[in-house]
Design a binder for this molecule. Structure first.
Ligand code: ATP
Ligand code: MG
Ligand code: MG
Ligand code: MG
Length: 459
């Protein structure tokens, strides 16, 4: 089954069960200035769940384009290392706004997977929250899940919109890719392996948490689910890695052609094939590379892709040349991408030209530093110089270092950065604020950076 057919089967199944099919929204959330990018299918429905945006339907289904490359959900560093993470992916979701609840949500998911898609029950594993006896009863007594493949877990199975507001337990469905792949079942110490892959997450919005932390039952509980299209496509196509599904084949071939590196299993080619999707869709949705906010996240992704091409020995500018293959693959489902194709190519080429000038020198400097390094920590001064002089975002340097088993001196980098800001401030007769930082973080109001690389800086 091709990805496009799975997407369609999902929407048709839920439409047949009374859901209104809603088109994908932009990657730039229109209803939430605190959120970096649309990172889940529920994002465009946030206000609907909160009862502030009345709609003519109480059930909806969508295939939502998502980016997880910054903020609370940042999978950028996973790309190239796991079989299941992308910066850009499509989330298939069904939603109930105070209409059906747990029972129906579980039955829909199970029926779709085992009947519509015909998956073997023995391959599916299920988790629920430790407190959720109701979901446990439905899975065990109504669905008849084998207790061997069922477990109750804690942190991974509770969802919240923010520190206050709607929240509730969740239930995750995993697919077992078989003993040839390393990894353990959910809840085991090896769960981060890629054998048991989470395919679908069902959230039961059941409580409203107030400022004191009290969880008050919602008068009309709601449902929010999300299933990664690429992950379910891998299952349906009998391949283990998302990068082996149909959607990626022509992208990988195009990346191989334009970098001159033929082995499409090379992790760097996979990084490039992943990154062209997020970059192209972000530009189509109006984001441009810049030194702050969303634009800085885009710039980081583009530069990471260019660096991986450089590592493969690509000559000249290659990244913008992949837009054509992406258009062939996804332009039918996303006309906005097709329409923006030439604009995307221009923006990427310009960024490639800009970065190429310093990439070579920066890589030379970094190589020298790594060769001469005593110990396993790259000094903050070097990281800062790469950043300041050569435009290497912190996480780009970290990406190179990770390949060599070297970590970065984060504190030293911070210190060098602060010193530079101080100089800039002192030099400005107006004392202007040079430290414009990313103010679009997390799912709720911005409360500080979780990690250094989540931050954008203007120099
Ligand atoms: P994981 O634990 O594998 O990182 P998650 O629990 O963070 O996944 P959710 O936030 O529950 O993911 O998102 C719902 C679904 O979207 C997941 O079950 C998965 O199928 C898909 N998904 C999540 N993150 C990614 C990603 N980075 N790339 C591709 N698919 C993803
Ligand atoms: Mg995750
Ligand atoms: Mg998970
Ligand atoms: Mg999950």
């Amino acid at each position: 089954m091709k990805s496009a057919d799975i997407r369609q089967a999902f929407l048709s199944y839920f439409e047949a069960h009374g859901h209104t099919v809603v088109p994908s929204s932009s990657l730039v959330p229109g209803n939430d200035p605190t959120l970096l990018f649309t990172n889940a299918g529920m994002v465009p429905f946030k206000e609907v769940f909160l009862g502030r945006d009345p709609r003519p339907y109480v059930r909806a289904a969508s295939a939502q384009r998502c980016v997880r490359a910054g903020g609370k959900h940042n999978d950028l560093d996973n790309v190239g290392y796991t079989a299941r993470h992308h910066t850009f992916f499509e989330m298939l979701g069904n939603f109930s706004f105070g209409d059906y609840f747990k029972r129906e949500a579980i039955h829909f998911a199970w029926e779709f997977l085992t009947q519509t898609l015909g998956l073997a029950k023995e391959k599916l594993w299920v988790t629920v929250h430790v407190s959720d006896d109701e979901a446990e009863r439905i899975w065990k007594h109504e669905v008849g899940i084998d207790p061997e493949r069922f477990s109750k877990l804690d942190e991974d199975n509770f969802w919240q919109m923010g520190d206050t507001g709607p929240c509730g337990p969740s239930s995750e469905i995993f697919y077992d890719h078989g003993p040839e792949v390393w990894g353990g079942p959910p809840g085991s110490p090896e769960e981060d392996g890629d054998r048991y892959i989470e395919i679908w997450n069902l959230v039961f919005m059941q409580f409203d948490r107030d400022a004191e932390g009290t969880m008050n039952p919602l008068p009309k509980p709601s449902i929010d689910t999300g299933m990664g299209l690429e992950r379910i496509a891998a299952v349906m196509q009998g391949v283990h890695s998302n990068y082996e599904i149909d959607l990626f084949q022509s992208l990988l071939a195009s990346a191989a052609l334009h970098t001159g590196h033929a082995d499409t299993r090379n992790p760097s080619l996979r990084v490039i094939a992943d990154h062209i999707r997020s970059c192209a869709f972000l530009i189509a949705d109006g984001v441009l590379p810049s030194n702050e906010g969303r634009g800085y996240v885009l710039r980081r992704i583009i530069r990471r892709a260019i660096r991986h091409g450089h590592k493969l020995g690509a000559q000249g500018h290659f990244f913008h040349k992949l837009v054509g293959a992406l258009d062939v693959e996804m332009g039918d489902a996303y006309p906005e991408l097709r329409e923006a194709r030439h604009q995307i190519e221009r923006v990427l080429l310009k960024e490639e030209e800009q970065f190429a000038r310093t990439l070579e020198h920066g890589m030379g400097l970094l190589e020298e530093a790594l060769v001469g390094l005593e110990g396993e920590v790259l000094p903050g001064e070097t990281v800062f110089k790469l950043y300041d002089t050569y435009g290497f975002p912190y996480d780009l340097t970290a990406d190179v270092c990770r390949e060599r088993g070297v970590t970065l001196d984060e504190v030293g980098f911070e210190r060098a950065l602060a010193a530079q800001r101080e100089r800039a401030r002192a030099a400005s007769q107006f004392g202007a604020d040079y430290g414009t930082e990313l103010e679009l973080e997390g799912e709720t109001a911005f409360t500080g950076y979780e990690r250094l690389e989540d931050r954008a800086i203007v120099t």
